[in-house]
Design a protein around this ligand. Structure first.
Ligand code: 15L
Length: 269
């Protein structure tokens, strides 16, 4: 498949671009910054929040053959102001979806986040794809809104749109919470490839975690799309130090993002 990967220079993007290229996909990177030295695939520099710049990238790509999908990984990875979060996640997704419709690109795979449902209590039981939006931060609010936009474009334009609610994408789990929420680098690539290649998923949500022994987020929605995780955070459990925050972080899906440290006014604060 020919795939445009946004945020190609970011922590997810660096792993996913290389992983997809190794699996035989024709990857095109897109980022605000230039390609790292030695990048073996095509690269465009543009701000995904700038609709004209995004359109120009799609126009340039249309001369090189059909683009099969966009993997949208660009965006702030943490809490910021509400306007910045909306720009980073909703406006960028809108610019990409508009360009996809204009250039008949049929599929979007999006790095959504567990923080879209981060205020869901663990006591509610297994976290399924049917959990109602329950963001824990403005970051989570923007992920919810980006998912809603994907659903709208799936319904209106028939775009296949897979929202991957990613847990903690790290080389190794870094906290007790991470023993449940970890997504390994290898599984991250497997997840994106499954979301890219699943036959006709329409709009779909999956939880992006590894096959962690302590997982309590439903892996079935991913498995239905062909995502078979292979790693388990438990293999690293001996290296994870307990912390006084573990108990409070275990109460809600979003862990630290759902704690009081992020309480602030929506505007002007
Ligand atoms: C995310 O969505 C964030 O981008 C990342 O910074 C982590 O907080 C991660 O979720 C997590 O929940 O561990």
């Amino acid at each position: 498949m020919r795939v445009l990967v946004t945020g190609a220079a970011g922590s997810l993007g660096r792993v996913v671009t290389v992983g997809l290229a190794e699996r035989g996909h024709d990857v095109v990177g897109l980022d605000l910054v230039p390609a790292p030295d030695g990048t073996p695939f095509a690269w465009h520099e543009a701000d995904c929040a700038d609709a004209d710049a995004v359109e120009a990238v799609f126009a340039a790509l249309s001369t090189g053959g059909r683009l099969d999908a966009v993997v949208h990984l660009a965006g702030l990875p943490e809490e910021a102001s509400l306007p910045d979060e909306l720009t980073s996640h909703v406006i960028t997704t809108a610019a990409l979806l508009d360009a996809m419709v204009a250039h008949r690109v049929p599929r979007l795979v999006y790095a959504s986040s567990n923080h879209a449902v981060g205020r869901t209590p663990r006591a509610d039981g297994e976290l399924t794809e049917h959990a109602l939006p329950r963001p824990d931060t403005y970051y989570g609010v923007a992920k919810v809104a980006a998912e809603a936009l994907m659903r709208l474009f799936a319904d209106r334009h028939g775009i296949d749109a897979v929202a991957c609610r990613i847990g903690s994408f790290l080389e190794e789990p870094a906290s007790v919470r991470g023993l449940s929420t970890w997504l390994s680098h290898g599984d991250g690539v497997r997840m994106v490839e499954a979301a890219l290649t699943a036959p006709a998923p329409g709009f779909a949500v999956l939880y992006g975690i590894s096959a962690n022994t302590r997982a309590w987020w439903d892996l079935e929605p991913g498995r239905r799309l062909g995502y078979e995780p292979e790693d388990d955070a438990e293999d690293f459990a001996d290296r994870v130090e307990p912390s006084p925050d573990d108990e409070v972080e275990a109460e809600l899906v979003g862990g630290p993002f759902a704690t009081e440290q992020f309480h602030r006014p929506a505007l002007g604060g």
